[in-house]
Design a protein around this ligand. Structure first.
Ligand code: G3P
Length: 219
């Protein structure tokens, strides 16, 4: 399973990239606003830190302007994946950009029917939002199961399931069990995944015993 980081915070991204766990980055207009940075600049800087796909989202809602924005974003760096919303204009834009060789991430997917359309439009990634579905009292992970099942039934589909709106490590584990290709993690979720109290307790006991030996591996 690939891990993308859902953030436009350069400091966080540099720190997490050094862990070797980061395969890409996703941003959205809310995350760019939170960064307080110029979008074109910050996407360029993120692309220089991370080799994998960096999603940059269009903000227009009509096809012609989305396409112009998408082409501009794709020109920032070779690893930009243009993110478009799952609307008729968004999918029309996806088709054109995909045919031009640009990776497209279709975002704001909330149903299996929408995911079928994203695959038909040639999306490199479809982003179902699990946390926001959970928030309204539905089972976000069932959507992942449905999309994975549908895509698996058609080997010609190349679209990767990118689990978004992830809120905790249990989302990541559940998505991995279903065989989702990618999860985009808020920085705190990746950090939480390392944690287990028995790891801390076990390490403390090993180190206490080691100290009693008076030895040092490096001499
Ligand atoms: O980038 C899209 C997605 O991950 C947003 O997550 O937490 O705002 O629902 P959230």
């Amino acid at each position: 399973m690939k891990f993308f980081i859902d953030s436009a915070d350069l400091k966080e991204l540099k720190d997490l990239a050094s862990t070797g766990m980061v395969d890409g980055v996703t941003t959205n207009p809310s995350l760019i606003a939170k960064s307080g940075r110029d979008m074109i600049e910050v996407i360029g800087e993120i692309c220089a830190i991370v080799d994998g796909p960096v999603s940059a989202e269009v903000t227009a809602t009509d096809h012609a302007t989305m396409l112009a924005e998408g082409r501009k974003l794709a020109g920032i760096a070779r690893n930009v994946a243009v993110k478009v919303p799952l609307t008729p204009d968004g999918l029309k834009t996806c088709r054109v950009l995909a045919d031009e060789g640009t990776q497209v991430n279709v975002t704001l997917c909330f149903s299996p029917a929408q995911a079928i359309l994203a695959a038909k439009a040639g999306a490199a990634f479809v982003s179902p939002f699990v946390g926001r579905l959970d928030d309204i009292g539905t089972d976000g992970m069932q959507l992942i199961a449905d999309i994975v099942e549908i895509y698996d039934a058609y080997p010609a589909i190349r679209t990767e399931v990118l689990v978004a709106s992830v809120r905790h490590p249990i989302h990541v584990v559940a998505a991995a069990k279903l065989g989702a290709h990618v999860a985009t993690l808020p920085p705190n979720v990746l950090r939480q995944m390392y944690q287990h109290p028995l790891t801390d307790k076990g390490l403390a006991a090993f180190l206490a015993d080691w100290q009693k030996t008076g030895q040092s591996i490096l001499g």
